[in-house]
Design a protein around this ligand. Sequence first.
Ligand SMILES: NC(=O)c1ccc[n+]([C@@H]2O[C@H](COP(=O)([O-])OP(=O)(O)OC[C@H]3O[C@@H](n4cnc5c(N)ncnc54)[C@H](OP(=O)(O)O)[C@@H]3O)[C@@H](O)[C@H]2O)c1
Length: 249
Amino acid sequence: MPVMTRTVVVSGGGSGIGRAVAITLAEGASHVTVVGRRTGPLEALAEAHPGTIDLVTADVSTPDGARRVADHLASSGHGCAGVVAAAGGLSPRHAPGDGLAEVEAGWQAAFRSNVLTAVLLVEALTPALRDASGRVVLLSSVAALRGSGAGPYGAMKSALHAWMFDLARDLGHHGGTANAVAPGFVPDTEFWAGRLDDDVIRRKSLETLVGRPGTTHEVASLIAWLLGPDGGWVTGQILSPNGGSVLGR
Ligand SMILES: NC(=O)c1ccc[n+]([C@@H]2O[C@H](COP(=O)([O-])OP(=O)(O)OC[C@H]3O[C@@H](n4cnc5c(N)ncnc54)[C@H](OP(=O)(O)O)[C@@H]3O)[C@@H](O)[C@H]2O)c1
């Protein structure tokens, strides 16, 4: 019987933290399937790592998009070694004086972007994760631990935590793990595009104990460790690489 190759699915793999995770895993000889809504950045990554990174263009905040990823794994004969749910980010905020309809729209958009992207993708891949004793990492944020001043964003990320605890219980029965990684300030990402200047970088760096922002590589390498040979006994945890801006996590 042929041995099934296993892949790690990385949503948001076309940029920022997800892209760094995909590269770190691929350089460590894992097969990676990157997922995002724009094909261009995913194709560039796959072309730079032939045979190691493949791609699915999909909006994983929708059932159809999440199903497309699961169908791709089934048709390419890949088992699911893990899921890194990095798709997410800030949604347009309602302005002071907006009505409740705008408030509702902002919260719904944040829910779709940060919660449904993770839930639908992991649910679509759960049978494959169970079969392969797979590992899940959900991208949360320090905003989930201390608020963000950005409306629903921190609340949506903290919703992932309680769901992750249930996931860890379920996957644990099958030899798998689930954790949340809640980074602090990582500026070299599209998340911060158009919102950075010297003052923001200085202020955010001063919030840390080490006096500097984090890098996508530092976050990716923690995630790769959770997915790697030594990470199998860490599950149900919220790990926050944040330079000391929030203590005790
Ligand atoms: N950067 C930070 O300081 C920071 C701190 C804490 C937490 N985080 C979290 O880390 C995660 C990664 O963000 P990042 O900082 O690396 O920013 P980023 O560069 O904006 O990455 C987000 C990625 O998610 C993809 N994406 C968004 N919605 C999607 C959807 N519905 N379906 C499929 N793909 C989708 C985007 O690509 P497409 O637009 O092509 O779909 C993009 O590649 C996010 O969840 C973010 O909230 C970031």
